[in-house]
Design a protein around this ligand. Structure first.
Ligand SMILES: Nc1ncnc2c1ncn2[C@@H]1O[C@H](COP(=O)(O)OP(=O)(O)O)[C@@H](O)[C@H]1O
Ligand SMILES: [Mg+2]
Length: 233
């Protein structure tokens, strides 16, 4: 399966936003891109057609008439990890095998997949597996989205440590929402992560004044991204 699994250091860090930019780049190359957010949770239903906002945003970026349940097969009605949500609401959780089978089925319909994780790598889906286990089973390279906020270096290094423990192939680390006028430590963030981890493909995406649309994120990602082997389509 060709594609990328987009995870992050936290929730609200820009995973969906980065996914929409990647989808935009792929579509502009006429690549048939499939999108998934296998696990989502919220205490409110977003719309008649889409239970989660992420599902809606991914569907809009992909421009397909694909239904919510194909994008997001597992939805939980408490805004938390599936593991905790199921403890509260007694909702059924898929086995790792079931979840992987569904994602692989969807992947076979497309040339390339952009799959958004949920929260960060150690989010528990069930007692037995986490987002990191899931990404490993899928066998896709991962993109780690992070912020430029104070404390981010710790979160990035923790996330990369887990990726390394799970033998995940880290395609890129994206420092999202970099202020237009960064403080000195922020200016040293990209090079510091590079020096500390040896990962080469690390880059920053600036903070926009308003929520960035797929095209503007796509344009910002494009130049930097073309250099990456895993995204040569
Ligand atoms: N580069 C950016 N500049 C400005 N706002 C951003 C940027 N990236 C993301 N956002 C905003 O941050 C919020 C969280 O982003 P989102 O992609 O939903 O995060 P996640 O999927 O990790 O939860 C959204 O309101 C989004 O519009
Ligand atoms: Mg999201």
């Amino acid at each position: 399966m060709r594609g990328l699994f987009v995870t992050g250091t936290d929730t609200g860090i820009g995973k969906t936003t980065i996914c929409t930019g990647l989808i935009h780049i792929l579509r502009s190359k006429k690549i048939d891109v499939g999108v998934m957010k296998p696990f989502a949770s919220s205490d409110r239903i977003f719309s008649n057609r889409f239970r989660s906002e992420d599902s809606y945003r991914l569907a809009m970026a992909a421009g397909s008439g694909i239904c919510d349940k194909r994008i997001n097969p597992f939805f939980y009605t408490v805004p938390t990890s599936p593991f905790i949500a199921s403890r509260i609401k007694h909702q059924k959780l898929p086995s790792l095998k079931q979840a992987i089978t569904i994602v692989l089925e969807e992947s076979r319909r497309h040339q390339y997949m952009i799959i958004e994780g949920m929260g960060g790598v150690m989010v528990p889906i069930t007692r037995e597996y986490t987002i990191a286990t899931f990404a490993k089973q899928l066998g896709m390279p991962v993109v780690v989205v992070a912020s430029a906020k104070l404390g981010t270096l710790n979160h990035i290094l923790l996330t990369l440590e887990v990726c390394s423990n799970y033998n995940l192939d880290v395609a890129a680390v994206i420092i999202n929402m970099m202020p237009r006028e960064p403080e000195k430590p922020q200016r040293l963030l990209v090079s510091s992560v590079r020096m500390l981890t040896g990962i080469k493909s690390i880059f920053a995406i600036p903070e926009s004044n308003s929520p960035p649309d797929p095209k503007s994120i796509g344009v910002m990602l494009n130049n930097r991204w073309q250099k990456l082997k895993s995204f040569r389509t």
